[in-house]
Write a protein that binds this ligand. Structure first.
Ligand code: ACO
Length: 165
């Protein structure tokens, strides 16, 4: 099992995984227009942290890091249907937090969570209370009325994943 983060960098293997992830999002997020999913997953300003098993993508999180503002916006998050509720979603988020902090220099995540995914995000440390200064995020993230805005503060010291194993 691997947790890998890539953008649309033209590397064949990464493109195959990103297309697989796009297909998982299209199935798991039926309210999202498919063209919109493809556009963001393939947009070079977005990155995707993916769970890869036997060289096949089983889920992932696509996000946009705003380096100057030090926060990231999570656009899509899903695990393929037959692999849900096995802990992959939690491990994925922990890998994302560690990568976002150590590689992107981020301190927070913001996301518009679907109503039925609020429970998952709460378990990952997200709150409906937004503590991040509005000047840091207003005008950066797209308003989206199908969900509820949630925030997660990334601990700056915590080892979210054990890189030795
Ligand atoms: N509502 C409430 N709790 C949930 C949900 C949910 N929809 N999904 C998982 N949980 C809980 C689990 O019960 C578990 O709790 P526990 O630790 O007490 O056992 C915990 O959250 C973590 O579960 P995982 O097994 O790690 O979660 P999973 O691998 O299933 O991934 C995910 C969660 C991504 C929400 C997955 O179920 C999924 O793809 N769902 C469909 C798509 C979706 O709703 N995506 C989010 C949309 S919002 C957005 O993309 C910004």
């Amino acid at each position: 099992l691997k947790f890998l983060c890539y953008s649309n960098d033209g590397v064949d293997e990464h493109m195959i995984w990103l297309i697989g992830l796009k297909n998982i999002f299209a199935r798991q997020l039926p309210n999202m227009p498919k063209e919109y999913i493809v556009r963001l997953v393939m947009d070079r300003t977005h990155k995707s942290m993916m769970v890869i098993r036997n060289n096949i993508v089983v889920g992932g999180i696509t996000y946009r890091p705003y380096a100057s503002q030090r926060f990231g916006e999570i656009a899509f998050c899903a695990i393929t249907a037959d692999e849900q509720v096995k802990g992959y979603g939690t491990r994925l988020m922990n890998h994302l937090k560690q990568h976002a902090r150590d590689a992107d220099g981020l301190t927070h995540f913001l996301t518009y969570a679907d109503n039925n995914a609020v429970g998952y995000f709460v378990k990952q440390g997200f709150t409906k209370e937004i503590t991040l200064d509005k000047e840091r995020w207003q005008g950066y993230i797209k308003d989206y009325d199908g969900g509820i805005l949630m925030e997660c503060k990334i601990d700056q010291k915590l080892p979210y994943v054990d890189l030795a194993t």
